[in-house]
Write a protein that binds this ligand. Structure first.
Ligand code: ZN
Length: 254
């Protein structure tokens, strides 16, 4: 129920680079990614140029995190990379909350991350909460629903300034780069984002609260949900949407 539109109300003061970290390099990639996204949304960059810049940023990140020693992790996969089990991204919910009866909400065909004008695909799963009165509070618990990181990674970009007057569709979104899988997770329509650019998050860590931000998600016809997308990156850094349905069904839950 969302396209991939980007806005960035983020101000990026240079003094916000963590001082204690030897890790200013990842933060610079975050800034580049964020700038590129604004350009794509504003259509101030041609799709081919956006694609090239994106590839350069993401292949740079891939290099930065090429060793297991470059980031914390606790198991080793068949490929030799350390990794931890994935977590279901909505606390207190399960695969039954995924839209459709067997994940058919995913439509990857025709997706183009770099051309803002391209519409019609939905390379994502929507996961719904109990919220009949659409106040972004769970009807059963009386509390907001936490969005959890499915896997560990670097918070590459966030948006926190969405307002109903804005037309962009993703609302308050989060991009997380997973260096083990060399992919990008995108969590959209959040009410509240609780991480910031450059943060390292662990699988299962709270990153947001579910909301209705985004041009379409805000409409009353849209039940409250998380829009979850995963983009698998080639070595060149170029992205291909991948269905997360199987991951969601086997993910860890509390
Ligand atoms: Zn969606």
């Amino acid at each position: 129920m969302s396209g991939l539109n980007i806005a960035s109300s983020q101000v990026l003061p240079t003094d916000s680079v963590p001082i204690d970290s030897a890790d200013s390099v990842p933060y610079l990639y975050c800034q580049q990614f964020n700038t590129l996204y604004t350009q794509i949304r504003e259509q101030s960059i041609l799709p081919d140029s956006a694609r090239a810049t994106f590839g350069r940023i993401l292949s740079g990140l891939h290099q930065r995190y090429r060793s297991n020693n470059d980031f914390p992790a606790d198991t080793v996969s068949e490929s030799g990379r350390a990794r931890v089990a994935m977590w279901f991204p909505l606390k207190g919910y399960s695969g039954r909350a995924i839209g459709g009866s067997h994940g058919e909400g995913y439509r990857g065909k025709g997706f183009d991350l770099f051309d803002y004008k391209v519409r019609g695909s939905h390379p994502a799963q929507d996961i719904f909460i109990h919220d009949k009165n659409q106040d972004s509070v769970d009807d059963l618990t009386g509390k907001p629903v936490d969005v959890l990181a499915m896997s560990e990674g670097l918070v590459l970009a966030i948006e926190t300034g969405w307002k109903p007057v804005h037309e962009y569709r993703g609302g308050n979104w989060i991009w997380i780069y997973d260096p083990v899988r060399n992919g990008l997770f995108y969590y959209a329509h959040n009410n509240l984002v609780t991480v910031t650019m450059g943060d390292w998050v662990r699988a299962g860590q709270k990153i947001a609260e579910v909301g209705r931000s985004g041009f379409n998600a805000y409409q009353t016809r849209s039940p409250t949900h998380l829009h979850l997308m995963y983009l698998q990156l080639e070595t060149s850094g170029l992205p291909h949407p991948q269905n997360t349905y199987a991951w969601l069904l086997s993910a860890k839950r509390e």
